[in-house]
Design a protein around this ligand. Sequence first.
Ligand SMILES: NC(=O)c1ccc[n+]([C@@H]2O[C@H](COP(=O)([O-])OP(=O)(O)OC[C@H]3O[C@@H](n4cnc5c(N)ncnc54)[C@H](OP(=O)(O)O)[C@@H]3O)[C@@H](O)[C@H]2O)c1
Length: 326
Amino acid sequence: MRIIAVTEPGGPEALHIVEAPVPKPGPGEVLIRVAAAGLNHADIMQRQGHYPPPPGASEILGMEVAGHIAETGAGVGEWKTGDPVCALLAGGGYAEYCVAPAGQCLPVPASIPIAHAGALPEVVFTVWTNLFEPACLQPGETLLVQGGSSGVGTMAIQVAHLFGARVVATAGSPAKCDFCIGIGCERAFQYKADDWAEAARDWSGGRGIDVILDMVGGDYFPRHLRLLAPRGRLVHIAYMRGREVTADLALITQKRLVVTGSTLRGRPVAEKTALRDSIRLRLWPHLAAGKIRPVVDRIFPMEQVADAHRRMEASDHIGKILLAMS
Ligand SMILES: NC(=O)c1ccc[n+]([C@@H]2O[C@H](COP(=O)([O-])OP(=O)(O)OC[C@H]3O[C@@H](n4cnc5c(N)ncnc54)[C@H](OP(=O)(O)O)[C@@H]3O)[C@@H](O)[C@H]2O)c1
């Protein structure tokens, strides 16, 4: 099979197509003939040599795919050859075939093109685990999504809106702000031009925001603590402006705030399977009914993987960038 390999850690030009053996699914695993792989920032960091895969995971880039089951390993009863699935991976997605734990696969509804389903696993797992587990977002509460036009942001807006929250977001351009409003935001603020914190406070009627989903960190942290409403929750999934912060801890005690966050990749399969079960039960019917959808920016053929990485690094995209693998 063909895979995309990193010859030497570095820029997008380090990505090359090479031949490799088709992997064998072990017990509890499935082999997927990959239609499309989703791009993630983690792929860029791994390409640069800054984010090694967890122990036991494939060295090949790619943390999510969609395709058809090509083979099932011992003990797999829930999938059969030919089933269309999308899957969350710890690695191995930039390939014509990949192995996934059966419990990290979700069925692709007939209403969604198989390639588009490659845009789903990372964002649905991330949004579900962060908005509804530690943050316990409730209907009627307010949510601020930093980076609303990102892959994660576009799903967070849709899901929070669907479950009855009132959502605002930040984005880098007027067109991206308009897009956020089109998928469920009441307002969107240009983080490069507006004082987004002041604008969000005004929108909340001065009360502050109940939940903030943040991928920025750095100097946003003290601003987030000030912006949160009493009993507000700040959820970190990344820290693009820095991971070391300074802030007034009295804001946490006085307002009884919760500061939390999580990553997915290194979690045990059993934990990801429990999350998958909850997503399948509570979110998947809405996907099949068209109430939420994968937001696909562009699908690049695997031969153009370097251009796909460049587009993500330039942040020119809205939603998810995909690689067509077959
Ligand atoms: N913890 C986890 O489990 C987990 C899972 C998935 C992803 N992540 C992380 O979450 C982040 C988003 O992932 P993604 O795949 O959705 O990436 P993405 O599509 O590339 O999005 C990055 C977003 O960050 C926004 N941004 C950059 N600087 C900003 C600032 N100063 N203020 C507000 N927004 C800013 C960009 O906005 P503009 O383009 O409008 O400038 C863009 O929307 C990445 O850092 C990724 O590594 C974490």
